[in-house]
Design a protein around this ligand. Sequence first.
Ligand code: ZN
Length: 509
Amino acid sequence: MYTNSLLKSLSETEKARRISEQVRKRGLSPLLPLPNSGGKPLFLTCSFICGSLFSILSIFLSANIVNAQTRVTISVSNPGQIKVDAELSTRIRSWSFRNAYAGVLGIGERIEDFRAADADVRKAAVGEYRSERESSRISYTVKLSKPTLADVSHLTWLTDDRGVLMLADLLPTEVSSFSATFVLPEGWTVESSSPRDANGRYEVAEAEKAVFCIGKALRKSSTTVQGMPLDIVLSGNWPFKERDASERATKVMERYLALTGFRLRDKSVIVIAPLPIGDAKTSWKAETRGSTLVLLINPDAGFKFWKSQLTVIFTHEVLHLWVPNSLKLEGDYDWFFEGFTMYTALRTALDLGVIDFKEYLATLGRVYDQYRAHPDTLSLIEESERRWASSGSPVYLKGMLVAFLYDLLVRKESGGQRTLADSYRDLFSGRLADSADGNTAIISVLGSTPVSRSFIKTYVENSTEVDLNKVLPAYGMSVLFTGKGSQLRVEGDLNPDQKQLLRSLGYQD
Ligand SMILES: [Zn+2]
């Protein structure tokens, strides 16, 4: 059951990939095995795409001519339809809407009835509007079809009871910073990480990162985690309360504050809502954009261990609030912010006691099996560049295994003085220049000694396959290939150094 559902999920991803290979950047929703909790498999679904936003953002910024004086009114009256009225700070004669994003094509087709005051607007292409005369007042309708598994994490959606508005696909790309007002059905409220003024207007600094949750009966719990504001917003009925989710998120945030030494500046918002699609194979989907984590859980998923499940999801997604969202790096370094995040999330789940050391090794064994199911011919950097067109999720799988091997190497080389975790503090030490190339910056941090530099060259810059059976014996471990998959084991005759290293990982002999 476990393997079958996993394979089915991956084949769904494969299908989705073929549809949008022509799109340079797209979302990915791989299902990856993460720790069991109380014998129940937990899965990590990461639809995270912030990394690709950086390169897109830099293009938009250069074309951006509309500033915070822009006022936008977003009205929701009918399900599946949003009306937008905007008073732009500058008169312009060209308006462009995002048309392809995260593997979803034709997004611009949702824009209807586009008008600009005092101007004759013509539609130049899907999502592209032009006029001979300039105008600063525009209005249009966004027709939203039923969300699908491919787009629900990445795009605005709306149902009878609630919705998640991702302003990057609701506004022309010329608009970045603005203030927004919402006109909602009676009884509906709005929640966001953007600050709200006394008049109920939300100040948005970057449309690319802006996410608004709307709906009726939204419940919110606000707290501060060591100086970092956190809102938990729940929509729908769940067997846990806001404070349960808040407690779990708090524990994870505390860990990542300690890991990075960096205090998040903006308020973080975690939205938990029902997955608005009935799909028995999908337990949940999540995306962390800017300061907002949207977690959509299938109400029929039948989780028995809610708190552990939430913790496991948070160990991955909450780290994205830091990496890469709080790093001002550019380029495709997905191997690090997805693959190393996978491994760091696993370590964090172990540290928090959600899993034990046995499960830590079992998870790595499952990841190794998935990694070996596809040929590995490219370097991690190359895989990151073509992340959305490759099969087998190498950025996640190989990235995670390389993070594991790196952690082992650093622990051994430093005699237990350093671990991979120390690199996160280096990343946030302030020595990386804004807009630096992500790969160069990360490699300089990870490869700070000749040995670690050589490791990174081998496994990140060059296309070297991960062969655990070749590498692990030096650390007192091996891989046993069984009918149920690869099992990582600790050998019986450990030398004192191996014993010390494995104990530092959580092994108890
Ligand atoms: Zn992720």
